[in-house]
Design a protein around this ligand. Structure first.
Ligand code: SAH
Length: 251
């Protein structure tokens, strides 16, 4: 019987291949089988040997995402057949990446798992837009929340945003109007500054800013597309000059 392979849950970072960890780059460079998401930049996939099998489990308009159970089953099946699997995910595997579910499925099947951290979109976008997620004079709390439609109304964000706090919203472009409404209903000031960072750490990056009340308009007027992050808090205003320059460059 073949020795069981290992499943490597690898964070590919926010885009730029230079932001891979050395461990991630080494695993990709010697991979024979890569299972990847849509957010993984093609330049990163290009680091794998030409002979490596690449399986995309990306969302596409034409086809629904492979259900999570099928992805779990695929990883387990390949590993039990003796193959190491490099499971590449955008950002960090354990931040809105379903890495936890995949690791659980592997462990339940007796498949060894190694998790390689990646630079999450929040860290990549903050660095690229020069927004300090924490700042001794402006913020000592950072929260990462998921803003997608499913479950948005049940989420309790009260207290996560406001003075001295930074709120980072993943997957919030489509629901921007509901997000702004929800936060203002929770008492957040309509003039609380925010930044929207689209395609962080990629050549086409855009950084947009405005007050909370203007978020829905900003997203619509600028036709903001996924992937984008919304960062809300005073820290975003401290990067004014830099952000203005970045916006101009992108325009
Ligand atoms: N595991 C990933 C998050 C996956 S959820 C991580 O740690 O970053 C997908 C969401 O991440 C997108 O909807 C978007 O909000 C955010 N995202 C991922 N890559 C991004 C990028 N390059 N720029 C801006 N946001 C990004």
């Amino acid at each position: 019987m073949a020795t069981t392979g290992t499943v490597y849950l690898v964070g590919a970072g926010p885009g730029d291949p230079d932001l891979l960890t050395l461990r991630a780059a080494r695993l990709v460079e010697r991979a024979r089988l890569i299972v990847h998401d849509g957010l993984v930049d093609p330049a990163i996939l290009a680091l794998a040997p030409a002979s490596a099998r690449r399986i995309s489990v990306a969302k596409s308009r034409a086809r629904h995402t492979l259900p999570q159970e099928s992805i779990n089953a695929l990883l387990v099946r390949e590993a039990l057949a003796g193959r190491d699997v490099v499971r590449l995910k955008g950002g960090d595997p354990l931040v809105f990446g379903r890495g936890g579910e995949e690791a659980e499925a592997c462990r339940a099947a007796g498949v060894p798992v190694e998790i390689v951290p990646g630079i999450s979109a929040a860290n990549g976008a903050a660095a690229a837009a020069q927004i300090a997620l924490t700042h001794r004079d402006a913020s000592s709390v950072v929260s990462f929340v998921a803003g997608q439609c499913k479950g948005l109304s049940e989420q309790d964000w009260a207290g996560l945003a406001g003075k001295g706090r930074t709120l980072v919203i993943y997957m919030g472009v489509k629901t921007a109007p509901q997000i702004a409404e929800k936060l203002m209903a929770d008492g957040l000031a309509p003039d609380m500054p925010l930044a929207v960072i689209e395609n962080a750490c990629r050549p086409q990056m855009r950084v947009l800013r405005g007050p909370l009340a203007a978020l829905p308009d900003l997203v619509e007027r600028e036709a903001v597309n996924s992937p984008a992050l919304i960062v809300i808090g005073e820290v975003t205003a401290r990067a004014d000059a830099v952000v203005a320059a970045l916006v101009e460059t992108a325009a």
